[in-house]
Write a protein of this length. Structure first.
Length: 257
């Protein structure tokens, strides 16, 4: 079975490299629906998987000056406490109980649907924000950014989904004049401490499968590398609608799971 995990990691890594969409949107549903991994274990393992893979991305973005550390810090000010509280709340449920599975599966389905919408309407979100940026009060951005971080902390800790596409969509709306590469770099930098804190929390309650994590990384790291290099040759306008449609189907299935 390890070879199938590694191949799946490679496939997901390649898609992430091509589209830039976080692996949690693909990896966690794959583990739950295809491999039958318990929902809590799939989420906990994927969170540490994301923390490790996005650490490399953060280093690259930071060296190129693509990270707005103030924005990442504001998001983390909301997401880190929210993640810790959410994992504590999850720990109160019996491990792998029907209640825990239902909560995680439903949250995962909703997160995937929101991710699909953020992929489809990303450009319109940014255009709307640019059209109204002069009337917006910059002072309100600080508490709103912290609030967005808190919402991401809750959603990511339950489902492992949201730190990527949803975080980027929120930042595009809040900071429409910020270059896209800095929005992405700031979001990736924020995702590392968020997924690390949430992942360690899941590890402490026994929801991380370390051999599974190793198998996924073995495939995903070369997959991301190849996908990133091939992304310039594959039209994004074709990939994103296909990916969004897939997330809608999977999200609906998980809500009814």
């Amino acid at each position: 079975m390890d070879i199938f995990y590694t191949l799946s990691g490679f496939a997901v890594g390649a898609i992430v490299g091509l589209t830039g969409v976080g692996g949690g949107s693909l990896m966690t549903p794959l583990l739950v629906l295809v491999f039958g991994v318990p929902a809590a274990t799939a989420v906990g393992t994927d969170l540490l998987y994301a923390a490790i893979t996005k650490s490399g991305g953060t280093l690259v973005h930071a060296r190129k000056g693509h990270v707005q550390w103030r924005i990442s810090g504001l998001l983390a000010a909301g997401s880190i406490p929210a993640a810790a509280l959410t994992v504590w709340a999850i720990a109160q449920l019996p491990k792998h109980s029907p209640a825990m599975t239902q909560v995680i599966s439903t949250a995962l389905g909703i997160a995937l649907l929101l991710t699909a919408l953020s992929i489809i309407f990303r450009t319109k979100i940014q255009q709307h924000a640019l059209a109204h940026t002069d009337s917006a009060n910059p002072k309100h951005r600080v508490p709103i950014t912290i609030g967005v971080g808190a919402l991401l902390g809750v959603l990511v800790s339950i489902s492992s989904v949201g730190a990527g596409a949803l975080g980027i969509a929120a930042l595009f709306y809040l900071y429409p004049r910020l270059p896209a590469i800095r929005v992405i770099g700031s979001d990736v930098a924020h995702a590392v401490p968020l997924t690390l804190v949430a992942g360690v929390g899941h590890w402490m309650i026994g929801s991380v499968n370390w051999p599974l994590l190793g198998s996924l990384l073995l495939g995903s790291l070369p997959g991301i590398w190849l996908g990133s290099h091939a992304s310039a040759k594959v039209p994004e306008r074709f990939l994103r609608p296909i990916l969004a449609s897939m997330l809608v189907l999977v999200g609906g299935k998980l809500i009814a799971f």
